[in-house]
Each structure stands twice: as structure tokens, then as C-alpha cells.
Design a protein around this ligand. Sequence first.
Ligand code: 3PG
Length: 195
Amino acid sequence: MPVVVLDEAEIAADTARALVAGGIRVIELTLRTPAALEAIRRIAAEVPDIVVGAGTVLTPEHAEQAADAGAAFLVTPGSTDTLLAALAGTGLPALPGAATVSEAMRLAERGIDTLKFFPAEASGGVAALKAIGGPLPGLRFCPTGGITVATAPDYLALANVACVGGSWLTPKDALAARDFARIETLAKEASALAR
Ligand code: 3PG
């Protein structure tokens, strides 16, 4: 899943189309730039072949704004009680973040069984996820943070990994140069990793 940081909403639809051309069907648009909500709006309206979600959802306001903009799902880097209540309030599917066993257990207590594992590499990477799968086999993770096309297969080989995410599919320089052909190539490489 591409984790996309867009400075310009104007290139949102073309970026999404390049990802679709490369075989990608889901995009996480992070709420890290002023352009993010408008980018979500445009992708939701103009690129029906991709499911657009909002990432870096940190506050209840973010959750509401993303839902209003047309986000189909919400992703958070970590989880607080306030944020979890707001996610549930939107009625949208959500991927709340956890980085430790205790955080994962707290989410599991709420009935949440699919989590973002962030920051993946800094939190122990493949070895950590494998170890977490011992006591918590019912949980599935989408690791992100420091993952590359080279390391993604090791994550995807784990039974408790549902997908991997990262910004490597939409590099900042490619976006700035509007190099959609490169984004399509990166998307093709990433799609080929799918199990
Ligand atoms: C995220 O929010 O998931 C991460 O910032 C993505 O991490 P990456 O830029 O290291 O891929």
C-alpha cells in the first residue's frame, strides 16, 4: 500500500492513476500536508479504480475531515482512547497503529484484529512481528515505516502480515518532477510482490 505525502492536490489524480496503471488498488494519503484533504477529495471523485484512505490520522478532527473528504478508510500511526472513539464514530474501516505487544493487546481487547505496525523497522521489523505472532496469533498487521521493495517480501512471508505499506512507491522527487511513469514502474514492482 503506497503511503503518499502530497504537497500539491493538483497531481493527486494523476498520481493515483499511475499507481492504478501499475496494479495498485489502494492508496493511503497522509494528512501531513495542507493539500491532503483536497487530494483525497479529488482521488475519490476522479479515480474510481483505487480505494483512497487517509493516513496520519492523529485527532478526532482529522478523522471527521477525512471522512467528509471521501476517505474510504482511516490509518493512524498510534492509538489513543480519544482517537479510537473518533475512528469508530466515523463508521469507516480503520487501521489503528501499534508498535508493542501491550499496545496490540489493548486494541485486541476492543475487538480490533487488524493493526498498523509502526514504525516497523525501528520497532524490530520482521523479527518483532514474528515474535508477536507467537502469543498473539489472531492479530494481523500492516507494517509501515522504513520498508522498501527489497525488504517487503520478508514481511509478506509472515503469516500475521496482511499487507505492507511505504512511501517508496511515490518518492518525493518523482512527485515534484511529475514523473508518473516512474511511479507506475515502482507500482508494478510492488504489485508483483503480492502473494
Ligand atoms: C507511514 O506513515 O506509514 C510511514 O511514514 C511510511 O514510512 P516510510 O516513509 O518509511 O515508508
